[in-house]
Design a protein around this ligand. Structure first.
Ligand SMILES: [Zn+2]
Length: 82
């Protein structure tokens, strides 16, 4: 009893407040960021990268990430209706 292996839990840092949270409690969210050099020539470079960030539960609530995730899930369900 009471010998939980806490070391096996991966720790993530909240992207908003910097608090460390175990991954099981963290709220993951995929941020899409676009990078472009804004050159009006053929040298223009544009990149779309996806970064996975983690928030603690309170920040997740505050930033309405749960609602966003719900919406995303609903969209996926609507698209992939079998
Ligand atoms: Zn936080």
């Amino acid at each position: 009893m009471g010998s939980k292996r806490r070391g096996s839990d991966r720790i993530e840092r909240c992207d908003s407040c910097g608090r460390t949270v175990p991954r099981t409690k963290a709220v993951s969210f995929v941020k899409k960021s676009y990078f472009t050099t804004d050159l009006r020539t053929n040298d223009n470079v544009s990149l779309a990268t996806e970064i996975e960030v983690y928030y603690c539960i309170s920040c997740g609530k505050h930033r309405k990430i749960f609602e966003k995730k719900k919406k995303l899930l609903e969209q996926q369900k609507n698209r992939g209706a079998y």
